[in-house]
Ligand binder design. Structure first.
Ligand SMILES: NC(=O)c1ccc[n+]([C@@H]2O[C@H](COP(=O)([O-])OP(=O)(O)OC[C@H]3O[C@@H](n4cnc5c(N)ncnc54)[C@H](OP(=O)(O)O)[C@@H]3O)[C@@H](O)[C@H]2O)c1
Length: 325
């Protein structure tokens, strides 16, 4: 079978598609013929050697996949060959024609869900759901500010926030991206290329500020948002796509009883795959009910992996990038 291999830290162009041996199947594992895999910002960090997880070389990147189960280990009772599934791979490995992983990290997908949509689903929706419910305790009627609101995780946070009954303020770069956020449920829009997040949020909330901030961008965007939050606000630290890891002045947290809350979904999925699979099953139910509309901007072939990653890094697209195998 073929797989993308990373043999040294570097740019996406250093990746190669190579023939590799099939992996052995353990008693609690399933073997999946991969049809599609989602491309995430974290994959680019992993290949560059800048991610929390640094696998030994050579390794295959990719945190999420969808496909068909072709074989199950002797102890696997809940899944069977022929089932269509999505899979979460904490330590990478998804950019391949075939994967082998623990059955706990695999969730059946609805009949109507195509592989590309399924491959774009778990990281974005799993992270945003976990962040807004489990970590952020977002309540109906609260104001949610989503930064990077047209990106992979950002757009899913807009949809989930809306579904949970929040008033959603979407902040992103440029009118096209904001139009997408609006289509996916945003009530208010901020173009942070030429508007101040701090001033606009205050304006939109009658001076009160946002109750919950979902921040996959970090840096200046976080700094501004911290100055535009309500009493007892929750700042959800999702990531640092802008490249600067912000420092948080403790005095600003103190004066309004603000909580700054870390969110790491992938590590949570590895620690407690059963909880995360339960959340994913709930989210797939919302998808079946028509409440979530995953947006895939563009698909690429496995051999075009570098182009796919560059498309994500270019910031030109709203939604997700997906590789088809
Ligand atoms: N904590 C977790 O469990 C978890 C899970 C998934 C992802 N993440 C993190 O969340 C972040 C976003 O991931 P993603 O896969 O959703 O990526 P993505 O689709 O590329 O979205 C990132 C967004 O950030 C904005 N951005 C601002 N400055 C940027 C810059 N210098 N370069 C690139 N984008 C920039 C872009 O929107 P504008 O152009 O509109 O500014 C873009 O849409 C990453 O830091 C990732 O590691 C964390």
């Amino acid at each position: 079978m073929k797989a993308v291999l990373c043999r040294e830290w570097g740019e996406p162009e250093t990746l190669r598609v190579e023939a590799v041996a099939a992996k052995p199947l353990g008693p609690r594992d399933v073997r999946i013929r991969v049809r599609a895999c989602g491309v995430n910002f974290a994959d680019t960090l992993m290949v560059a050697g800048k991610y929390q997880v640094k696998p030994d070389f050579p390794f295959t990147p990719g945190l999420e996949a969808a496909g068909d189960i072709v074989e199950t280990g002797s102890d696997v009772t809940m899944l069977r060959p022929g089932q269509r599934v999505l899979a979460v791979l904490r330590f990478g490995g998804a950019y391949a024609e075939e994967i082998v992983l623990n059955a706990d990290c695999v969730v059946p997908i609805p009949d109507r869900m195509d592989y590309v949509t399924a491959a774009a689903f778990p990281v974005a929706y799993g992270t945003s759901h976990f962040a807004l419910t489990h970590r952020g305790d977002l309540k109906r009627g609260e104001t949610l500010l989503v930064l990077g609101a047209a990106g992979g995780v950002g757009l899913s946070a807009v949809e989930i926030g809306k579904h949970l009954g929040a008033r959603v303020i979407a902040a992103a770069g440029g009118p096209e991206k904001l139009a997408v956020a609006r289509k996916h449920g945003a009530d208010e829009l901020i173009d942070y290329r030429n508007e101040s997040i701090r001033d606009r949020v205050r304006e939109l909330t009658g001076g009160l500020g946002a109750d919950v901030v979902y921040d996959p961008v970090g840096g200046d965007a976080f700094d501004q948002a911290l100055r535009a939050v309500n009493w007892e606000a929750r700042m959800l630290v999702i990531g640092f796509a802008a490249g600067r890891i912000q420092q948080v002045p403790a005095n600003l947290i103190l004066v309004k009883n603000i909580s700054v809350i870390g969110v790491v979904w992938g590590a949570q999925a590895a620690r407690d795959p059963v909880l995360v699979s339960r959340y994913l099953a709930e989210l797939l139910g919302w998808w079946e009910a028509g409440r979530l509309k995953p947006l895939v901007a563009k698909t690429f072939k496995l051999a075009e992996v570098a182009d796919a990653m560059q498309a994500l890094l270019s910031r030109r697209h709203a939604g997700k990038i997906v590789l088809e195998t």
